[in-house]
Design a protein around this ligand. Sequence first.
Ligand SMILES: [Zn+2]
Length: 230
Amino acid sequence: MIIVICFSALFACDTQKAEHKETEKQDSLVMAESKQVMEEIPDREPIADTAFVVMKDYANGFFYDMKYATEDNFLKKTVYDCPDCMIRQEVADALIKVNDSLATMGYHIKFFDCYRPLDVQKAMWKIYPDARYVANPNTTGSIHNRGGAVDITLVDHEGKELDMGTGFDHFGEEAHHAYKDLPEQVIINRKLFKSMMEAFGFNAIRTEWWHYNYKGSSSYKISNFKTECD
Ligand SMILES: [Zn+2]
């Protein structure tokens, strides 16, 4: 078939060859990159960086208290069937880097919330329609809905939380980054937390010390699949 095409359109054939060569080059680059990943992390299958991963299956060394899988949240309702933290792979990779650096200081990341389906965002908005604390699902939605935001804190090796001044989902100015009427140790803890997150590509938001968006993650698509436990 290709020979017939070559005889009938020599120029087109050359172009095809060039394209084929380019594809081959790209394929070998992808293979080289995949090989590198496989060699560095032998237990992990290479997957697209826009895919979601379940954090506990993807990496060790993290702590979890997934608040929306319990009634211990501002909704006073369990809104997740499964307490897994799901997140985009490249966000997970950045969090692993933060956690590895924190571990050298004796600290670890503890998750409160990760990916949040759009339907859950709608349920939250219905109960608490205040855009300072809950992103409006009818306009922009939340970066949580895109798998690019996390609600987290820092714990020590035993899992004991560092004092951040307020609890998770404290809707008040005491939870704002600019609020400084706090014990010195709280200021130090928040500063360490924020500087470590920013060093690895995360951005803080003004009103919640526990919330971080990964850079560029507003370009991820909003998702609405439910997290299901095995
Ligand atoms: Zn959040």
